[in-house]
Ligand binder design. Structure first.
Ligand code: S3P
Length: 432
């Protein structure tokens, strides 16, 4: 396992970058392209390790996918054209690949086995396998189908009305994808609205999806038609540079083509509420997804409370929001975020543990954390990504405001969602 010396004590991050494609949307473009009839072309696909895992799973299912320099082409096999694989499907570090594919494969009459890495092996799968079993799916796995490896013997499914105890787009999407192949109507109701990329993209592929409040419905037996997808920049990746721009002195950063889907913009609301100098320009819509250019400048920030409905809209940004809060005046309290415990790592533990090593004042709570804004430089230290891409990137931004050497163990994990992260960071730090 490698260790990387991070750039510290930055005198300012300046310039403009194009944010790489959205991870959630890139996964879905491959999945829906594969089960559609005809060709799908995906522009600005994210070639991160997670999305490459999705491609490799569908290739094993017999789908022809060509990766070009600036786009990916998928020869849609339709639901009927997926072939029983002789190999195990390896979903790597990707929860989205694992959970969405279990749903998608449950209604197709082939047998598949699925495995992921050490982190995936610890992530709860009952949240999808249980409702899918209620639909008639035949799924098995460790601890009665709660953990990988999983085995799925696809067959006929019956639509259900599922009331989910968690606001999770992975759960919602898994059930909706199974619902496309089920008899009758399938609906999912969530406690708070989670990201709706599956619903938006299903419509772009010609499907009907009904939404009423927190309930989403699909009819079984719908056919998807291949299309062209333009993937917006990932706001969850942009978040690292939005925070960097706000907390590093003498900074001004423009982030271009950032996805602004309202189910994902919790980070923008938090920055505004904390007092950040943020401008939103050039707003437009492509493939049913809103996009804009964002410019952030070094800001005077104040601590706030973050809880309730906003949590699913910024769940992946909480590690970097914790860092942001260390540079605010006053306390920031993050509540209702116990989902953090079942991400790539237990992010309450990893965020608190690693930021504490750099001198931050941060305490864990049962469902979040409390950060005392101290507005002072962080200290040096040896920190660890724990194999979690978002922890690694948060620590690399933290190092920009550290006053002594910071080394990061396992920086490679960052390629899960942002393979060009360090190139972009170096570019913004370098003198223009
Ligand atoms: C994702 C949904 C979220 C998010 C993950 C990607 C998706 O997970 O944390 O990084 O693409 O659907 P949950 O649905 O479990 O909240």
């Amino acid at each position: 396992m490698d260790s990387k010396k991070l750039r510290i004590n930055s005198t300012g991050l300046n310039g403009s970058i194009d944010i790489p494609g959205d991870k959630s949307i890139s996964h879905r473009s491959i999945m829906l392209g594969a089960i559609a009839q005809g060709k799908t072309v995906v522009n600005n696909f994210l070639p991160g390790d997670d999305c490459l895992s999705t491609i490799s799973c569908f290739e094993k299912l017999g789908v022809k996918i060509t990766q070009n320099k600036d786009h990916v082409e998928i020869e849609g096999a339709g639901f009927d054209g997926l072939r029983e694989p002789i190999e195990i499907l390896d979903t790597g570090n990707s929860g989205t690949t694992t959970r969405l594919m279990v749903g998608l494969l449950s209604g197709i009459p082939i047998h598949t086995c699925m495995i992921g890495d050490e982190s995936i092996a610890k992530r709860p799968m009952k949240r999808v396998t249980e409702p899918l079993r209620q639909m008639g799916a035949k799924i098995d796995g460790r601890e009665d189908g709660n953990f990988t490896p999983l085995s799925i013997r696809g067959g006929s499914l019956q639509g259900i009305d599922y009331v989910s105890p968690v606001a999770s787009a992975q759960v919602k999407s898994s059930i909706l994808l199974a619902g496309l192949n089920a008899n009758g109507i399938t609906s999912v109701t969530e406690p708070h609205k989670s990201r709706d990329h599956t619903e938006r993209m299903l419509r772009a592929f010609g499907c009907e999806v009904e939404e009423a409040g927190l309930t989403v419905k699909v009819n079984g037996g719908q056919k998807l038609v291949g299309t062209n997808i333009q993937v917006p920049g990932d706001i969850s990746s942009a978040a690292f540079f939005l925070v960097a721009g706000a907390i590093v002195p003498n900074s001004r950063i423009t982030l271009k083509n950032v996805g602004m889907n309202p189910t994902r913009t919790g980070i923008v609301d938090v920055l505004v509420k904390m007092g950040a100098r943020l401008e939103i320009e050039n707003e437009r819509v492509e493939n049913n997804e809103p996009i804009a250019d964002l410019t952030i400048q070094t800001s005077e920030l104040k601590g706030i409370e973050i809880d309730g409905d906003i949590i699913p809209r910024l769940i992946d940004e909480i590690p970097v929001i914790a860092l942001l809060a260390t540079q605010a005046e006053g306390k920031t309290v993050i509540k209702d975020a116990s989902e953090l415990k079942v991400k790539e790592t237990n992010r309450i533990d990893t965020v608190v543990g690693e930021l504490t090593k750099l001198g931050a004042k941060i305490e864990p709570t049962e469902d979040g954390m409390i950060i005392s804004g101290e507005k002072k430089q962080l200290t040096g230290g040896h920190v660890h990504s724990h194999g979690d891409h978002r922890i690694g990137m948060m620590l690399a931004i933290a190092a920009c405001i550290a006053n002594a050497e910071v080394t990061l163990s396992d920086p490679e994990s960052i390629s899960v969602s942002y393979p060009t992260f360090f190139e972009h960071l170096d570019y913004l730090i370098e003198e223009k």
